[in-house]
Design a protein around this ligand. Structure first.
Ligand code: ZN
Length: 397
C-alpha cells in the first residue's frame, strides 16, 4: 500500500513547482545573493543604474518568495523593495534569467476603529488591531497632551482613522494613521495628519518635538521621494527612496539631527555614504559624497547642523547632488515628512486645506461614536484571493 502511494506521490513531487518564502539576509548585497543562489551575475549587470541602485534598498528581513520547479530550477524570485514595488527575477522565453521591477498588488482599506479604554490605550490598541505600529504611533501623537499613566477613565472612547493595505487577505505593510482622538472625562484630544505628513491638533499646532533640518544650506530639490512611479518614457516602474538636492561639488553636507554615525564608507550604488542613527530611532543617509569631513567615521557623534561631508558624484550618480534618505528600521520614509517646519500654525490656503481635513475627520469621529465599539477588530478576507503561480500577482476569486 505504502508503495502504491509513493508511486503516485513521486511524480507530483518531481514535476510540481513549489513556492518557498525566505527572508532577505541582513547585510546581503544583491550580487552576493546571486552568487549564493548560483544565478548569473549578468542579471545585475544588465540592469540600468537606477535599478542597480534600487537593489541596495532591499530591506533586510524583506519577505521574499522563490518559485522552484522540478530539478530544482529557479523559475522566479520576488523581492519586495518597499510596500509598492518588488524585484522579479524570471526566465525569459530564450531561457535566460532577467529581472524587472513590478508593482505589488494590494488593496487599501480605509478603516476607523472605535474602542473603549480598558487598561492602557497602548495595550488596548494592540489587542484590538494586532498592530504595534498603530499603538506606538497613537501614544506618540498624544504623549505631550495626555498622561497615559493616570487619569484615564475605563470606557472612555478612542477612535483611530487609518488606511491598511491587504495582500492575500492579510494586513500587509505599515498602517497609515490619518487622525485619532481620545476623550478623557469629557475632554476631547484629537490629532490630524495634514497633507505634509505631520500631525497637528485641532488648532493646527504641531506636536512633534524632535525635528530634523534640511541637510544643505540652500536647498534645491531635484527629485522627491516616491515608493512607486510609472515612468512614461522608459515604460517601467521606478522608486526613489530619498530626496535629491542639486548642489555644486564640495557643497557642505549638514547632519540633519543629533546622532551617531553608524556607517561612513563606500557602496557601489550610493558611493561615499554616511548613515547617522538618531535618538528617536530614525536613520538618515547621505549618498554620492565627494569626501567626508576629516574625523568623521563610524562611531562619531554629531550635532544637528554639523558639517559631515561634501557633495559629490560618487557611486551610480549622474551629476553632483546629495541623495538624502531617511529610514525607520530598514523601511525608507519620506525625509521631508520629518523636517522641521518654519511656521507655527497655518494661514491662507493651507489653513483651509487643514480645516477641510480636520472637519472630515471630525465627522468620522461623530459617526463612529454613534456605533457600537469593538473589543477586537475582525477582518475576514480569507479565501477571497489567490496567488497566480507564474506571475505571483494576487487575484480575486
Ligand atoms: Zn536620489
Amino acid at each position: 500500500m505504502g508503495r502504491f502511494l509513493s508511486l503516485f506521490l513521486l511524480p507530483m513531487l518531481l514535476f510540481g513547482t513549489s513556492l518557498k518564502p525566505f527572508k532577505w539576509k541582513d547585510g546581503e548585497s544583491f550580487l552576493t545573493f546571486l552568487e549564493r543562489t548560483k544565478l548569473p551575475l549578468s542579471i545585475y549587470y544588465n540592469l540600468d543604474k537606477e535599478d542597480q541602485k534600487l537593489t541596495e534598498d532591499i530591506p533586510y528581513n524583506a519577505n521574499c518568495q522563490i518559485l522552484v520547479s522540478d530539478k530544482n530550477t529557479i523559475r522566479q524570485i520576488l523581492i519586495p523593495v518597499n510596500d509598492e514595488l518588488q524585484l522579479q527575477i524570471y526566465i525569459t522565453p530564450k531561457k535566460r534569467y532577467a529581472m524587472k521591477v513590478v508593482p505589488i498588488i494590494s488593496e487599501t482599506h480605509h478603516e476607523a476603529l472605535y474602542l473603549p479604554i480598558k487598561s492602557l490605550p497602548y495595550n488596548d490598541i494592540i489587542h484590538a488591531t494586532g498592530s504595534n505600529n498603530i499603538a506606538a504611533t497613537f501614544v506618540k501623537m498624544f504623549k505631550n497632551k495626555v498622561n497615559f499613566k493616570s487619569g484615564l477613565n475605563p470606557g472612555d472612547p478612542i477612535i483611530i482613522v487609518y488606511d491598511q493595505k491587504y495582500r492575500l487577505g492579510k494586513p500587509f505593510s505599515m498602517p497609515e494613521i490619518h487622525a485619532a482622538m481620545i476623550d478623557i472625562k469629557g475632554v476631547r484630544y484629537a490629532m490630524y495628519r495634514h497633507k505634509d505628513g505631520h500631525f497637528y491638533d485641532a488648532k493646527g499646532a504641531q506636536f512633534e518635538k524632535f525635528l530634523f533640518k534640511i541637510p544643505v544650506r540652500t536647498p534645491r530639490i531635484t527629485s522627491r521621494f516616491t515608493k512607486s512611479r510609472w515612468h512614461p518614457v522608459l515604460h517601467r516602474y521606478r522608486a526613489h527612496v530619498g530626496v535629491d538636492f542639486g548642489a555644486r561639488p564640495g557643497t557642505p553636507i549638514l547632519a540633519t539631527g543629533d546622532g551617531r554615525v553608524t556607517f561612513a564608507g563606500f557602496s557601489r550604488g550610493y558611493g561615499k555614504t554616511i548613515k547617522i542613527r538618531h535618538s528617536n530611532g530614525l536613520t538618515s543617509l547621505y549618498a554620492h559624497q565627494k569626501s567626508f569631513r576629516s574625523g568623521i567615521r563610524s562611531g562619531s557623534s554629531v550635532k544637528q547642523g554639523d558639517v559631515i561631508g561634501y557633495v559629490g558624484n560618487s557611486g551610480l550618480s549622474s551629476g553632483p547632488h546629495l541623495h538624502f534618505g531617511m529610514y525607520a528600521g530598514s523601511t525608507p520614509i519620506d525625509p521631508l515628512s520629518v523636517m522641521k517646519k518654519k511656521t507655527e500654525g497655518f494661514s491662507g490656503k493651507e489653513r483651509n486645506v487643514f480645516l477641510a481635513i480636520r472637519n472630515k475627520m471630525d465627522r468620522i469621529f461623530t459617526q463612529k461614536l454613534a456605533t457600537k465599539p469593538v473589543s477586537r477588530k475582525y477582518v475576514d478576507f480569507q479565501n477571497t484571493y489567490y496567488v497566480d503561480k507564474d506571475t505571483f500577482q494576487v487575484k480575486p476569486f
